[in-house]
Design a protein around this ligand. Structure first.
Ligand code: SAM
Length: 342
């Protein structure tokens, strides 16, 4: 019989951890707090008018906090806040502070495009966030505008520099390389790891939603890695168990690192420990498969924590062994990245 635990003075939860069919322990929840963004990156959001979720469809902060508390009881120890752009949501800094004070949660981090970073780093620090992932696909302001459809390069760059000065570490720079767009900057971007203690991470483009990127524009890790040989020999940096899926490397004497997130060419599904909570309250076992389980309606209908915990277990049970975006019969993900949370 399941042991029951009292929780939040009102409810009872099963004393079990989230382990999927393939014995992967799911201890990492990525939470999208909004589908709205102040950029419109060409590989992420389709051109033209974007239909955002109506406000009522977006989980309220207290709803997210309740879901995270349940997740933590079931073994979630790490949460990353993402979006859309998390910093455009009103009240985000207070929410981050509350999230960070959830007992049992060991690590809370933030993924941002950096546009609003510079003037809000104090609040992010006060909220207890130490680690930041910042997206930066180019070092060229004109190209930044072409990729993101907005002219905010210097805001982002200043934000990165200020975060570095304030001691946020590690600062991970997320880069999606597209042929004919920013592939001529692979070396310049990697060079940042020679000048700063940044983790420069090349992320393979994933076919999610309708961004309209065509096959010829995508570049996989082996090609990027090959090009980097011009800068020196890359030596492997050993991943810790708690590290994400990036394969990590270093140039000789570099203060920073270069990493590759190769979801297509070398998927890391066998080590995947993640669940995702979308802005609209759907629990998703895999970024790259459209199966999801609604938490929002049950939560709003007054389900008890233990009933919501059952939805976590159901999602864990549906986590497939691996995604099907590569190989002989590649598929596509219908959901939009900005709503699911990258
Ligand atoms: N707005 C925040 C940001 O820009 O970092 C967080 C959300 S964004 C969706 C998170 C990450 O997903 C970014 O680093 C972005 O480059 C990446 N991303 C978006 N669409 C992608 C795609 N189709 N393939 C690979 N990475 C993608």
């Amino acid at each position: 019989m399941k042991q029951l635990h009292s929780f939040d003075n009102q409810l009872f939860l099963p004393d079990m951890e989230l382990v999927d069919t393939y014995r992967r322990h799911l201890n990492y929840l990525r939470v999208s707090v909004t589908d709205r963004c102040n950029l419109q990156c060409i590989y992420c959001i389709p051109q033209g008018k974007i239909k955002n979720l109506p406000h009522a469809e977006v989980l309220r902060y207290e709803e997210i906090l309740r879901i995270v508390r349940i997740g933590v009881h079931l073994g979630i120890s790490k949460v990353r806040i993402t979006g859309g752009e998390p910093l455009v949501r009103k009240g985000i800094y207070g929410f981050l502070g509350k999230l960070n004070s959830i007992k049992g949660l060991k690590d809370v981090s933030l993924t941002t495009n950096g546009v609003l970073l510079k003037n809000n780093l104090d609040k992010i620090k006060t909220a207890g966030i130490k680690r930041l992932n910042i997206s930066l696909d180019t070092l060229n302001p004109a190209k930044f505008k072409r990729i993101t459809r907005h002219a905010h390069f210097s805001d982002v760059w200043d934000g990165i520099m200020k975060a570095h000065e304030m001691g946020f570490a590690p600062i991970k720079l997320n880069i999606v390389i597209l042929r004919g767009i920013n592939d001529n900057e692979i070396l310049d971007l990697a060079r940042l790891s020679l000048d700063y203690p940044f983790h420069v991470r090349f992320i393979e483009y994933m076919p999610i939603g309708d961004a309209g990127i065509i096959d010829g524009q995508t570049i996989l890790t082996p090609e990027i890695k090959n090009r980097l040989h011009q800068l020196g020999e890359l030596t492997v940096v050993q991943n810790k168990v708690t590290d994400g899926p990036a394969l990590r490397f270093k140039f000789p004497d570099a203060p920073g690192e270069v990493g590759f997130i190769s979801a297509i060419s070398h998927h890391f599904c066998h080590t995947c420990n993640r669940l995702r909570l979308t802005a609209s309250g759907q629990l998703r076992p895999c970024l790259l498969a459209d199966t999801q389980f609604d938490l929002k309606e049950p939560l709003r209908q007054g389900y008890l924590d233990r009933d919501l915990a059952e939805i976590f277990f159901k999602a864990a049970g549906f986590k497939q062994r691996e995604h099907h975006l590569a190989g002989n019969r590649p598929s596509k993900v219908a959901g939009q990245m900005s709503a699911i949370g990258g």
